[in-house]
Design a protein around this ligand. Structure first.
Ligand code: ADP
Ligand code: TZD
Length: 600
């Protein structure tokens, strides 16, 4: 309210009739305002969807956006709106927009912004903010906070617009920063006073910028390409690792051509699964622990040597001690020139966008080698095939079991079949064991169909990702959630119902964080910090908002419920009760979990 009260009377009055739908005055017809310019700037740049949550000072902005044809998806918590925006950015290469109110709304969105920056997802967090003069003197405004300063370390870039004539530039800069080079999260601060500021309509139109070539191609240097091809050519045990940067780049055909032309085995990182079908003969996923230490040349395409790849060091890579390097030589294709050497020596950095780099490498192979390109030695391919066959058979045995109660394997065997039958469906996945098992059991067949906890291993992305995936693609979404993970964002089932989205949430419910059989070591009445209410009826949450809720206890029931969800495309929540003793602490990253020498 204060913001309105402190507007100069004339500008506040000018903004009112338009938003309220009243008759525009003659003067207003020749003027535009901050509300309108923000919308015009976004639309001019092809933005068609806004994920957000209304309130002072952006309530009218959300109404007006909807009136002007933008799709406004309104959430129950800004963090989920932010996750939705970030994954929309990943899926479309257009910055996903999250719109929030000031201070607490902004902070709620900030986690998602930081997560976007960490994961290289293009996103713009637009937050309304309070009166600058009052904030800067710390005089106690409504939702007072120096948001720009707080956002800056968590964003790739952060901007504030104070004058209506600068909105065009502000939006253009935000878009360029989000999608050019290494994509990331951008913060755009729009103070309340900006929205009703009126300026001449013609001047307003002229101030807008339609961004030309927002993410320019970056062509790699020919000598860098040659260096990489030489290394690959002489490798005895080469390996390609595809990361989510490769999925983001949408260079699917060239990446497939490179893999198939060279005959090199490849490993997809989690969100690169499906870039080539997981059933591809060259996939080395089922022999991961063999190929990483044994490879002599590794080509990283849009994947960082971070914790998910043991920083390129230690036992995973065949080194004797945790800090020691393996014997591999690395080629790294990445758009960030600073990424190389961040953990171990990169012998052949290829800096550029993945589309350009991969096509240049293909061209160099064709020019210098042509039909003479030698596939990797048979000993290497045979050794991998042998491990793969053994491990796939072992997995098959686990999947074939039908224990009672259900466990991760018997439940996920159903999800595996469902995705196989519906390869266009988008799989959202979070949890610890629920994540690790789904990643290894459920094959993906198409690019960018698997969306998960990413670089931070963050819980709570599930419902925001699901909403965005359904909105952006129109495809069926299947969200496989640990019961703890779901709890971080569960209220968004109302959003899923409100927009009637084809989302089927499957909760692998084992009554707790990691597992549900922990006890209170003090012996008191309180449950363990890791335990939840036993036998919780999560499906009723979906029913509360008009969706379909089903509790299942067997694979057959789970299959029936999932098939029905896909047939009907109705919002559905399946509470899949699994063995509360199933699951290990921290899932597959137990080694990162510091434990007390003496158990409590
Ligand atoms: P993963 O978690 O799948 O291993 P990471 O998020 O660690 O993947 O790595 C993604 C990498 O991809 C980042 O280093 C980023 O700079 C890079 N990247 C993102 N988009 C592109 C692109 N279009 N071209 C080249 N590199 C890209
Ligand atoms: N908070 C946030 C935002 N992210 C986190 N990763 C965690 C806390 C810690 N954490 C994990 O790393 S996994 C997990 C938590 C709380 C939940 C695991 O339980 P679950 O899945 O029920 O989701 P499983 O299948 O029971 O392991």
């Amino acid at each position: 309210m204060q913001q309105v009260a402190t507007q100069p009377a004339s500008s506040a009055a000018r903004s009112a009739p338009d938003v309220a739908g009243g008759a525009a005055t003659h003067a207003a017809a020749q003027e535009t305002d901050g509300f309108q310019l923000v919308i015009d700037a976004l639309k001019l740049n092809g933005i068609d969807t806004i994920f957000g949550l209304p309130g002072i000072p952006i309530t009218d902005l959300t109404r007006k956006m909807q009136k002007e044809g933008l799709r406004v998806i309104s959430f129950r918590h800004e963090q989920n709106a932010g996750y939705a925006a970030s994954i929309a950015g990943f899926m479309t290469q257009k910055p996903g927009i999250c719109l929030t109110v000031s201070a607490p709304g902004f902070l709620n969105g900030l986690t998602a912004l930081a997560n976007a920056t960490t994961n290289c997802f293009p996103m713009i967090l637009i937050s309304g903010s309070s009166e600058r003069e009052v904030v800067d003197l710390q005089q106690g405004d409504y939702e007072e906070m120096d948001q720009l300063a707080i956002a800056r370390p968590h964003a790739k870039a952060a901007f504030r617009v104070l004058h209506a004539e600068d909105i065009g530039v502000g939006v253009a800069r935000a878009i360029r920063a989000a999608v050019s080079g290494r994509p990331g999260g951008v913060y755009l601060d729009l103070p309340a006073k900006l929205f009703p500021q009126a300026i001449d309509a013609e001047a307003g139109r002229n101030s807008l910028i339609k961004v030309v070539d927002a993410a320019p191609r970056q062509i790699p240097a020919p000598d860098a390409v040659k260096r990489a091809v030489d290394l690959l050519k002489n490798a005895k045990r080469p390996l390609i690792i595809l990361g989510k940067g490769a999925a983001y780049a949408q260079a699917d055909a060239d990446i497939r051509a490179l893999v198939e032309k060279t005959g090199i085995p490849y490993l997809p990182m989690s969100m690169a699964k499906g870039l080539l079908p997981d059933t591809h003969a060259q996939s080395a996923s089922a022999a991961r622990s063999y190929v990483l230490p044994a490879a002599d040349v590794v080509m990283l395409i849009g994947a960082r040597l971070n914790w998910l790849l043991s920083q390129g060091k230690g036992k995973t890579w065949g080194a004797a001690t945790p800090k020691a390097w393996g014997a591999q030589k690395f080629i790294q294709i990445d758009i960030s020139p600073q990424e190389a050497d961040s953990n171990v020596r990169i012998d052949a950095p290829v800096v550029g966008d993945i589309g350009s780099c991969v096509s240049e490498i293909l061209a160099a192979i064709d020019t210098t080698e042509g039909a003479d390109w030698q596939k990797p030695p048979a000993e290497w391919l045979d050794a991998i095939a042998e491990r793969k066959t053994k491990n796939i058979a072992k997995m098959g045995e686990s999947l074939a079991k039908d224990p009672s109660p259900m466990n991760y394997h018997s439940a996920l065997n159903v999800v595996r079949d469902i995705i196989k039958a519906n390869p266009d469906a988008i799989l959202v996945n979070e949890g610890a064991n629920a994540l690790d098992h789904t990643r290894s059991i459920v094959d993906m067949y198409k690019p960018r169909k698997r969306l998960d906890v990413g670089t931070w291993g963050v819980m709570g992305v599930g419902m925001g990702f699901s909403v965005a995936a359904a909105v952006v693609s129109g495809e069926q979404v299947i969200a496989v959630e640990g019961d703890s993970a779901f709890g971080f964002c569960g209220m968004e089932v109302e959003t899923i119902c409100r927009y009637d989205l084809p989302v089927c949430v499957v909760i692998l419910n084992n009554n707790g964080v990691y597992r549900g059989d922990e006890v209170n070591f003090a012996g008191g009445h309180d449950p363990s910090p890791l335990g939840f209410v036993k036998g919780a009826r999560y499906e009723k949450l979906m029913e509360a908002f008009g969706g379909v809720g089903v509790m299942v206890a067997t694979p057959a029931e789970l299959r029936r419920a999932m098939e029905e969800a896909i047939r009907s495309r109705k919002p559905t929540l399946i509470n899949a009760v699994i063995d509360e003793k199933a699951g290990t602490e921290s899932g597959r990253i137990t080694s990162l979990n510091p434990t007390a020498k003496k158990k409590p």
